[in-house]
Design a protein. Structure first.
Length: 429
């Protein structure tokens, strides 16, 4: 008889800071592709994908085989930034498969293996390059939980966790933050032009092309293009945080490709390893790579297991077939959500996002959380986003089958129905 884990062990021994286990109160034992199973054998469709760290699903067979072979042959696990065969292989493949076809020229930096660390390195480098201190970020932006990354994050709850004033940053309104009519970049430019605005010329502007934790807000391509133009005009470095929106999540490998821009610095983590292993990259235009040796370092930046799986993951991008699959299923996702909002006016919903990074914002307080909870009961793992958790968020694996996708969408429809139209108990007199 299989021993079952007592859920109380987490409450007794783990910190109160734990989060996702409260939303998904079960003990998981196995995962494959777009499915997970708990100790009771219940099957779940995964529309969470490790908050974007599992864009290729769980335990991808090609990556798993490469990793197991590497481990069994005593491949190096830890190497800091020493030269290893696997790091060299990854760098060459990344250049040939990703950078060269997109006409992008970046040096690759391996900071500590987290999203917040690649952001920290980007902010430090921008200040070092320009000699300026301030950074402009945007409302509802989320860039990580360490002090520098928190300083450019909009969420007040997360900012308070720093315990100290977060300085040397200025927050500007994101695209459509106020209304569709207000040009938020005209507002930004006025601040830069006017010596009385109190806003100094910054070292950098940092943004997400689609804001994940901030509520699945997708900036228009023309807005992104204009941000780049402003940066060029004022000699400001443009940092794109592609930690969550990148690696195919919004349709193309980099989320900024269709906007036709070329950021000065790009932050990658989450799905860059392909397998859920810790890895982060900071991509830097060569002219700005002015680090002194060891000026930004980290004990675990040489994660060779992640290099193995990251190289294997690049095979998905050898031709355009994978991107075409994402585009086709993205259209299905978006049309499903539009139909859902139209069919259930009680949602007071608005469809948001791009690609496989979409959701519905409900004007009714607490409704999105209830829908996500209903989905979990039915066997679908889905989270919420936004300052008030007002968006239920669809993050399927990019490798999901049409059948699994449809099954998950049906569960969402049932969850919305059960939430907005709960069945009343009928009694016979």
């Amino acid at each position: 008889m299989t021993h079952k884990t007592d859920m109380n062990i987490f409450a007794q021994l783990e910190s109160e800071v734990r989060s996702y286990c409260r939303s998904f109160p079960t003990v998981f034992t196995k995962a494959k592709g777009s499915k997970m199973w708990d100790e009771d054998g219940k099957e779940y469709i995964d529309f969470f994908s490790g908050a974007g760290a599992l864009n290729y699903g769980h335990n991808d067979p090609i990556m798993k085989e490469k990793l197991v072979d590497y481990i069994m042959n005593d491949g190096i696990t830890h190497s800091l930034d020493m030269g290893t065969t696997e790091k060299a292989t990854f760098l060459k493949e990344f250049k040939e498969t990703i950078l060269k076809p997109r006409d992008l020229n970046y040096k690759v930096m391996f900071p500590g293996p987290t999203g917040t660390n690649t952001v920290e390195s980007a902010l430090k480098l921008a200040r070092k390059v320009t000699g300026r201190t301030d950074v402009i970020s945007f409302t509802n932006g989320f860039h990580g939980m360490t002090i520098g990354a928190l300083s450019v994050t909009g969420n007040s709850f997360k900012r308070k966790g720093a315990g100290i004033p977060l300085t040397h940053t200025v927050t500007m309104p994101y695209d459509n933050f106020v209304s569709d009519e207000l040009d938020t970049l005209e507002y930004l430019e006025r601040f830069l032009e006017d010596g009385g605005s109190g806003v100094a010329i910054p070292a950098a502007i940092i943004l997400e092309t689609v804001q994940g934790e901030g509520g699945i807000n997708a900036a228009r391509y023309e807005w992104l293009k204009k941000v780049e133009e402003i940066c060029r005009r004022w000699d400001i470095l443009l940092i794109v945080d592609d930690v969550q929106a990148g690696i195919g999540r919004t349709g193309s490998f980099f989320s900024f490709e269709k906007a036709g821009i070329k950021p000065d610095i790009v932050c990658l983590s989450k799905s860059i390893s392909g397998y859920g292993l810790p890895l982060a990259l900071t991509l830097i235009k060569p002219e700005y790579d002015i680090w002194e040796p060891g000026e930004h370092n980290g004990t675990f930046r040489g994660n060779n297991h992640a290099f193995v799986t990251a190289t294997a993951a690049l095979t998905y991008w050898k031709d355009d077939q994978f991107e075409k699959k994402i585009t086709k299923q993205s259209e299905r996702l978006y049309s499903f959500l539009e139909d859902l909002v139209a069919s259930y006016p009680e949602l007071e919903g608005q469809v948001r996002g791009r690609g496989f990074m979409v959701g519905v914002c409900s004007a009714k307080e607490g409704l999105s959380e209830k829908i996500a909870a209903q989905a979990f009961e039915r066997g679908l793992i889905m989270e919420t986003a936004g300052p008030k958790d007002e968006v239920f968020k669809l993050f399927p694996a990019l490798t999901i089958s049409d059948e699994e996708l449809e099954k998950g969408l049906q569960m969402i429809k049932e969850s919305v129905e059960a939430t907005v139209n709960p069945k009343e108990l009928v009694t016979n007199g």
